[in-house]
Ligand binder design. Structure first.
Ligand code: FAD
Length: 281
């Protein structure tokens, strides 16, 4: 076990960083966390978008252990199964469990991330935002941090560093230079686009709210998860190139045409489709 006098350094305040920090600070460790983005509680960043996560038993277990699930379940919408939308707009419901108790939940990524950060800070975590880790000297046990506001660089000595910096981890990249370090990475030929299905004027869901909606179309698909404000957070997963791909959708007319032919019932519920498509990443 590390010495409790020694500060543990975490890199990344996404979902894992603050959760891990919370577990450590609750056990009496001193923890400091460095995050490259601004604080999502103050600045709207791509991490603070209203896209949702599907949360299942594993995530719920972690949040229960962290003492957060009872509060978070108030903003989580149970999804009892998949609602499959065919090309002819026929619906088929596929339950997730043997009864309505076996469900997964739709939860806002931004609110979940905020709750984790708040809880970890309340227990003593120190977070330094807009500090990007640009390298780690594993032999000297020192990190290089780039201040995204001033452009300055500094070194930070820390003998315990945990990389929670996501799929393009700077820490893992540095570790992969070590001898006999096994590592493999694959890139998909798919991208995604976040879209919104708005609520009715009185804030109601326009589709069944207790379901994860899926429009499966072979090598691409659209999904939609319910939000508590009556909207659905929708994501289009599509190849970058090829017949049905992002490359075929250069302008609003192509986007609307594509949705009307591939997802007609969803297209009818997305008045801001083209606008969303070109504004969102
Ligand atoms: C489109 C999409 C849909 C998904 N849907 C689901 C879902 O429904 N359910 C689910 O369970 N999972 C889902 N996932 C997966 C989920 O998002 C990841 O498993 C989760 O975010 C991983 O958490 P993390 O903390 O490891 O990384 P991240 O959440 O990516 O956080 C990494 C953090 O590190 C910071 N960072 C990165 N590099 C540096 C650096 N050099 N210095 C400092 N900070 C840095 C980033 O800014 C970020 O805040 C989805 C992923 C995608 C892309």
């Amino acid at each position: 076990m590390p010495d409790k006098e020694e500060t543990i350094t975490l890199i990344g305040a996404g979902l894992n960083g603050p959760l891990l920090a919370l577990g450590l600070v609750k056990r009496g460790f001193q923890v400091e966390l460095y995050e490259r983005r601004p604080d999502l509680r103050r600045v709207r960043t791509s991490a603070g978008r209203s896209i949702n996560l599907a949360l299942s038993t594993r995530g719920i277990h972690a949040l229960s252990q962290a003492g957060l699930w009872n509060d978070l379940r108030r903003i989580a919408i149970p999804m009892k199964g998949r609602m499959m939308h065919s090309s002819a707009s026929d619906l088929t419901f596929q339950p997730y469990g043997k009864d309505d108790v076996e469900v997964i939940y739709s939860i806002s990524r931004a609110e979940l991330n905020t709750a984790l950060i708040n809880a970890a800070e309340a227990h003593g975590l120190k977070i330094h935002f807009q500090q990007r880790c640009t390298g780690i000297d594993l032999k000297a046990a020192s990190l290089t941090l780039h201040d995204e506001r001033t452009g300055g660089e500094k070194r930070l000595d820390s003998s315990i560093v945990i990389g929670c910096d996501g799929s393009a981890s700077a820490i893992r990249s540095e570790m992969s230079q070590m001898s006999r370090f096994n590592f493999s990475q694959q890139y998909l030929n798919y991208g995604y686009k976040e879209l919104t299905i708005p609520a009715t004027q009185d804030g109601k869901h326009v589709l069944e709210m207790n379901a994860l909606h899926i429009w499966p179309r072979g090598n691409f698909m659209l999904i939609a998860l319910p939000n508590v404000d009556g909207t659905f957070a929708s994501i289009l997963f599509l190849p970058f190139d090829g017949p049905d791909s992002f490359a075929q959708l250069p302008g609003p007319a192509e986007v609307r045409g594509f949705f009307q032919s591939r997802f007609p019932d969803a297209a009818a519920l997305m008045p801001e489709l083209a606008d969303n498509f070109f504004k969102n990443i």
